[in-house]
Design a protein around this ligand. Structure first.
Ligand SMILES: O=P(O)(O)OC[C@H]1O[C@H](O)[C@H](O)[C@@H](O)[C@@H]1O
Length: 429
């Protein structure tokens, strides 16, 4: 993974980041790197995620999925327990159909379950806590749907969860294959673990390649942002946020990475959005969103930086010659060539408007490249969390809402639920 921060420099962006600022910041990066290294070595909560390429047990994952014979996989989870697997499934060439139930919209859930051949579908139920209401509710609905068509769900269900909780109890009661969420790995940092790798193992994907890519990126971590692509990204985004660029539009130029932008959004928002700081992650897709969101990023409030991601190599499609003179310039070139030109043009157009962008390039979107990207963004996020001085691995604001909802559902006495009754309304009808 290569990072180009040239378009974030103050010679391009206003305000941008000066070379002197980066050099001063590099002293803090060195300290942060020491802290991160200590956390990795001690397998401390959160930091343990960066040890995953080394500690993940690909063999255990293959053994757990081995008895499952399926044409489709339904992932039941939410947040970090769903987005990593969805990212892998969309980016890599897996040979099963993959669906995700990560919401409790009744219409969507029933339509999806009705459309699947449940006798050929496996369930992967994922919850680190084993208590998340949406996940457990969706599982119960999916299980009943299987039972109602005479499918033995216990033969087609794999569980990934923590040491205790409802899901652990369920796996034990029905003797289901169960994988452990590795200790110290929060959901949004769990993509390179038992949480998300089973989709690759089931679909004939390259689990080892993903871990090898992550390992390659792990080897680059050093005490200087000038030598560490992940830290260059984390430190530059931090410096830009400090200068008012509080929106980070993640814009991959590859359809296969569209879900990666969703995964990134959770990572960035939930990890860094604390104590009045952070960056709002926006999800964009090149070139599609050049024709919608780009107007705002280039000419709206001066608060949005753009992260442009692209693979250097991809399969290509030639554009046929045309009889239309006005389109002659397209004939004989390729869709990939056009996409690359759009990428270069977007980057230049932002720079011409003094708006910052950062370029991330991968060799290609394969298991190795994806492993590099996912690990690199996790390391960047942890580094940014150190620079922002926020508790990267906590999410108290999310927990607040969960307690309020649980109280409303009669799941216990939670004072947060009272806030729902006390809401201020001004209804216009
Ligand atoms: O894996 P689970 O315990 O079910 O949690 C699923 C998700 O829900 C929570 O609300 C957290 O804020 C997320 O970080 C987490 O990924």
């Amino acid at each position: 993974m290569e990072i180009d921060i040239g378009n974030a420099l103050h010679s391009v962006a206003t305000p941008g980041v000066s070379r002197e600022t980066l050099e001063r910041l590099d002293e803090r990066v060195a300290d942060a790197h020491d802290r991160i290294g200590t956390g990795i070595d001690g397998r401390e909560h959160g930091y343990a995620a960066l040890a995953l390429p080394e500690t993940a047990d690909a063999e255990a994952i293959r053994t757990a999925v081995d008895p499952i014979d399926c044409e489709a996989l339904l992932i039941v989870g939410i947040g970090g327990s769903a987005l990593g697997a969805a990212t892998i499934a969309d980016a890599l060439d897996v040979d099963i159909d993959v669906y995700t139930l990560d919401n409790v919209d009744p219409e969507y859930t029933s339509q999806l379950l009705d459309s699947l051949d449940l006798s050929r579908t496996a369930l992967h139920v994922v919850s680190r806590s084993g208590t998340t209401a949406e996940t457990l509710a969706n599982f119960l609905v999916a299980r009943e749907a299987m039972e109602s068509v005479g499918v033995d769900w216990t033969e087609r269900t794999l569980v990934t969860t923590g040491g205790e909780g409802n899901l652990r109890a369920l796996a034990e009661r029905h003797d289901l294959p169960a994988l452990d969420v590795p200790a110290g790995v929060p959901g949004r940092f769990s993509v390179l673990s038992t949480v998300a790798l089973p989709v690759a193992a089931l679909g004939g994907g390259d689990v080892e390649g993903l871990l090898a890519g992550a390992g390659t990126e792990a080897e680059t971590l050093s005490g200087s942002l000038f030598e560490t692509p992940a830290y260059a990204y984390g430190a530059t985004t931090y410096a830009l946020a400090e200068r008012g660029w509080t929106v980070n539009a993640m814009m991959p130029y590859a359809e296969s990475l569209e879900t990666f932008a969703e995964w990134f959004a959770q990572l960035w928002a939930e990890s860094l959005g604390k104590d009045g700081v952070g960056q709002l992650p926006a999800r964009a897709l090149g070139a599609t969103d050049q024709h919608s969101q780009l107007q705002l990023y280039r000419a709206g409030p001066r608060n949005a930086m753009v992260t442009l991601v692209r693979p250097r190599e991809r399969a290509d499609v030639t554009i046929p010659e045309t009889e239309l003179e006005g389109l002659a310039y397209l004939g004989g070139s390729s869709l990939g060539g056009l996409l690359d030109a759009e990428f270069e043009a977007t980057e230049a157009s932002l720079a011409a408007a003094a708006r910052p962008s950062i370029r991330i390039e991968l060799e290609r979107v394969d298991a190795h490249g994806l492993g590099e990207l996912l690990y690199g963004m996790e390391a960047a996020c942890i580094l940014a969390g150190e620079l922002f001085s926020v508790p990267t691995f906590e999410q108290p604001a999310v927990e607040w809402g969960k307690r309020a909802a649980r109280g409303l559902l009669g799941g216990g006495e939670f004072e947060e639920a009272r806030a729902v009754e006390e809401k201020t309304r001004l209804v216009i009808d």
